[in-house]
Write a protein that binds this ligand. Sequence first.
Ligand code: S3P
Length: 169
Amino acid sequence: MIRPDQHLVLVGMMGVGKTTVARVVGERLGRPVLDTDLVIEATTGRTVREIFVEDGEPAFRQLESDTLNAALASERPAVIAAAGGVVLSARNRAALADSNARVVWLCADPATLVERVSSGGHRPLLDDDPAGTLQHMYEQRSPWYREVADAIVLVDHRSISEVVEAVLR
Ligand code: S3P
């Protein structure tokens, strides 16, 4: 159960539904929604893909880290959809663990993720071999999602509204 003074942070892999679930939960709770990818695009005036291609992944990861930390430090309790890669950084994992936020891991089988991710758009890491990349990322990142999470919500075979109810529980 989320306390009124806490941020709610959704973490998990690309394609798991963080953005959609965050929007619905934000409406339900009457809270602002901060989606780290969208905040980066709005503040830089560039797309995630442009930043990856023109500046490289490390530059994107720095922006991602700054954006996550700014969101966690924001005063008004928000729903934060944290992009899939935030757990790659030990600093980000510590920030999530040390914050007062409630962190929920939306967890799906890689097979479910493959069905859900769209090609192109803001996920350049999936341009080649999305299935193999998602499988590898899942194996690498699952321990980190588990480490930062206060709760785990399984999304396989569940509708958005079922996932929303589980996140709010
Ligand atoms: C990434 C996830 C993406 C986006 C970028 C990298 C990742 O965000 O930040 O393509 O490394 O998992 P979503 O998790 O919102 O898809």
